[in-house]
Design a binder for this molecule. Structure first.
Ligand code: FE2
Ligand code: FE2
Length: 152
């Protein structure tokens, strides 16, 4: 799968998780979904930062450079919120508001990637995007497997 298609698929999966948590009342299930969201976002941002963004940056256009730098800053904000989650009480009245803010942050960021960065990334060519996608998927699955075992 092309790297850009893999990342789009993961964006969809995370959006679905946010939808699910929004419609979940029970504290236990909320906690479980919060863990799932954390793992998905940590793995996703890692393969973007370590593999995808450097490839886009390698295109060496000013636009690519600017988009990558902005994306790193947005990831930084997402990670600040993720770091708070273990202390968040799923039964607290602030829970839903916190999830909404995180979800909007992620959605805005993912939309920008899809509408701008992934378009520019097509300049890498189909073959390179396919090869990169395969490596990224492998790394993501390895990360998720490890994180899943730690959470269990
Ligand atoms: Fe991103
Ligand atoms: Fe992304």
């Amino acid at each position: 799968m092309k790297a850009t298609d893999l990342l789009k698929k993961q964006h969809k999966e995370v959006k679905a998780l946010f939808k699910k948590i929004e419609n979940t009342e029970g504290a236990r299930e909320r906690r479980r979904l919060m863990n799932e969201i954390s793992i998905a976002l940590e793995g996703h941002t890692a393969i973007e930062e370590e593999m995808f963004y450097p490839a886009v940056r390698g295109l060496e256009t000013q636009k690519a450079e600017e988009m990558v730098l902005e994306a790193f800053e947005e990831h930084h904000v997402v990670k600040l919120v993720l770091a708070e989650l273990p202390q968040v009480d799923p039964a607290d009245e602030r829970f839903e508001a916190k999830m909404t803010v995180l979800s909007e942050l992620v959605e805005h960021h993912a939309d920008e990637e899809e509408k701008e960065m992934f378009k520019v990334a097509q300049k890498l060519g189909k073959e390179e995007l396919e090869a990169l996608g395969e490596q990224m998927e492998e790394r993501f699955e390895a990360f998720r497997g490890k994180a899943g075992r730690q959470a269990a």
